[in-house]
Design a protein around this ligand. Structure first.
Ligand code: CA
Length: 426
C-alpha cells in the first residue's frame, strides 16, 4: 500500500490550482481541501477565544464568521454562535447559496484584500465539535463487514441474519459521547465473561476501532411523515468521518438480546470537518445489486441512488492497515434515512447517522481489528516487529477519506484521529 499524507504547511499567497478552478488563497494542486471541497468546521486559535465557523481551504481555514459579517450580512446570524447548528437548520437553498458565495470569494481576486486577513493557518487552530449531535444512529450496512463478523463470531450459523438484505439494520447510540477528532479515548471498563465462565468487571482487553462514514442531518422532518428516498438531499447537509470505538469483550457479553450498549457508548469520534453533499456530485456511483428487491420505500432502482465512491484509509500508529471502499456499501445513506423515518419518527437538526463499519472484499480493506486480526487469532504484525490483536494503551488510530471531484480533482474528508489512554485508577 502507498502511504498518502496531507500535512499542514505554510499558507502561501501564490495563485495555484486546486482542481479545475484557481484560487488566490494558495491551494496546492491536488490538495484534498481544494476549491471544490470547502468543508465546514468550528475552530479557535490564539486570537479567537470564542469558537468561529471556518471553511478549510488548502492548509488554511477561512474565518467564515468574520467573512460573513463583511460580505454576507444577511446570513451572519447563521455563523455567529460558534457552531454549525443554525446553518444546518437553514436548509438546502441556504447551503447552496453560501457554498456559491464561498466559491466566488475564493476564486475571484477582488475578494483577496478583504479575505486574506481572515485566513488562519490550520496548524495553529484547534478544531471543536462542529455541531450539537442530536440523535446518533449507527447502521450495519456493509455486507462484507456483516459477513466477516458473522463468520468470526457465529461460525455455526448463516453469516447474515435472515432480515439483513430486507432492511438497513441499526441501533440508537449515545449522542452525548460523540467527540471531535483528537479527543483522548479512555479504555472503558465493563462486565465481561472469561472463557471459564467467570464474570468480571475490568478494563476492556479487546478495544477496537470501526471505520465509518457519518451523515449529518440539517433540515428536520415532521413527525408522522417518513422521508422518502428522494428527500435525502433536502434533509442531509453533509458527511463526516466516524470512528465507532468498540469494546468487543464488553459487547460480546451484553449484546443479547437487545444489541450494542456499553461496549459502544463510551465514545464515538468524528472528524472536525463536515463536507457538504454538494461536494460529492462527482463521487456518486451505483450501489451493488440488491437481492431480494427491497420493499418499495427502500427500492432505489427508479431514483438516482446515493452510492458514493469514497475511499477510507486507516492507520494504527502511522502504519497503514486498511483502505476500506465505501462504494460497495449494500444500503445507501438515502435508504438508511428512509428506513429510519419509515415508522414516522422525525429527524432533528444535528442527527448523526453512522454507515456501519466499511469493509471491502480483500483483507487489507477490512474496517476493524476484529476482522483484521480474526478476533485475535491472526494478530497484525508491523514492520517494527510490534503485533496487535486489539488496541494497546497509547495506540493512535487515524481514519482519512477521499472521493473523486470534478475534472480529476480530489475531495478530502479530512481525518478523525484518537489515542487510547489507560483507565485512570484501573
Ligand atoms: Ca459501528
Amino acid at each position: 500500500m502507498e502511504l498518502v499524507r496531507a500535512r499542514s504547511g505554510p499558507v502561501s499567497k501564490s495563485t495555484v490550482t486546486g482542481g479545475t478552478a484557481t484560487s488566490w488563497a494558495g491551494v496546492a494542486a491536488g490538495h484534498p481541501f481544494g476549491i471544490h471541497t470547502l468543508p465546514y468546521g468550528v475552530f479557535t486559535d490564539a486570537a479567537r477565544e470564542q469558537p468561529r465557523v471556518g471553511v478549510a481551504v488548502g492548509d488554511a481555514i477561512l474565518d467564515l464568521t468574520a467573512a460573513a459579517a463583511a460580505l454576507l450580512p444577511e446570513h451572519f446570524a447563521l455563523f455567529g454562535s460558534g457552531s454549525l447548528d443554525a446553518f444546518l437548520a437553514a436548509g438546502r437553498r441556504t447551503w447552496t447559496a453560501v457554498r456559491a458565495a464561498l466559491t466566488e470569494w475564493l476564486t475571484e481576486g477582488r475578494y483577496a484584500n478583504v479575505l486574506s486577513p481572515l485566513l488562519v493557518p490550520a496548524a495553529v487552530a484547534t478544531m471543536r465539535l462542529p455541531f450539537t449531535v442530536a440523535d446518533y444512529v449507527d447502521f450495519y450496512s456493509c455486507e462484507q463487514h456483516a459477513t466477516n463478523v458473522g463468520q468470526i463470531l457465529r461460525p455455526d450459523q448463516p453469516a447474515l441474519p435472515v432480515n439483513w438484505r430486507h432492511l438497513p439494520a441499526g441501533y440508537h447510540g449515545r449522542a452525548g459521547t460523540v467527540v471531535v477528532s483528537g479527543t483522548p479515548i479512555c479504555r472503558p471498563p465493563g462486565q465481561r465473561r472469561l472463557p471459564d465462565g467467570t464474570v468480571i468487571f475490568a478494563p476492556s482487553s479487546a478495544l477496537d476501532f470501526e471505520a465509518e462514514v457519518g451523515f449529518v442531518v440539517g433540515t428536520p422532518s415532521v413527525s408522522g411523515r417518513p422521508v422518502p428516498l428522494t428527500g435525502f438531499a433536502d434533509h442531509v447537509f453533509g458527511i463526516c468521518l466516524i470512528n465507532d470505538w468498540s469494546a468487543r469483550d464488553i459487547q460480546a457479553w451484553e449484546y443479547l438480546p437487545l444489541g450494542p450498549f456499553l461496549g459502544k457508548s463510551f465514545a464515538t469520534s468524528i472528524s472536525p470537518w463536515v463536507l457538504p453533499l454538494d461536494a460529492l456530485a462527482s463521487a456518486r456511483v451505483p450501489p451493488p445489486p440488491r437481492d431480494p428487491r427491497p420493499l418499495p420505500y427502500l427500492d432505489d432502482t427508479r431514483t438516482e441512488p446515493w452510492g458514493l465512491d469514497i475511499t477510507l484509509e486507516v492507520r494504527l500508529n502511522d502504519h497503514l492497515v486498511s483502505r476500506p471502499p465505501f462504494a460497495g456499501m449494500y444500503w445507501t445513506p438515502a435508504q438508511q434515512l428512509a428506513h429510519l423515518t419509515s415508522n414516522g419518527a422525525c429527524l432533528r437538526t444535528g442527527d448523526l447517522l453512522g454507515s456501519g463499519t466499511v469493509s471491502g472484499s480483500a483483507p487489507d480493506q477490512w474496517g476493524s481489528l476484529l476482522e483484521l486480526s480474526r478476533n485475535g487469532s491472526s494478530p497484525l504484525t508491523f514492520t517494527d516487529g510490534a503485533t496487535r490483536s486489539f488496541l494497546a494503551d497509547g495506540d493512535e488510530i487515524s481514519i482519512t477519506g477521499t472521493a473523486p471531484g470534478p475534472a480529476g480533482s480530489i475531495i478530502g474528508l479530512g481525518e478523525v484521529r484518537g489515542q487510547v489512554h489507560a483507565l485512570v485508577n484501573a
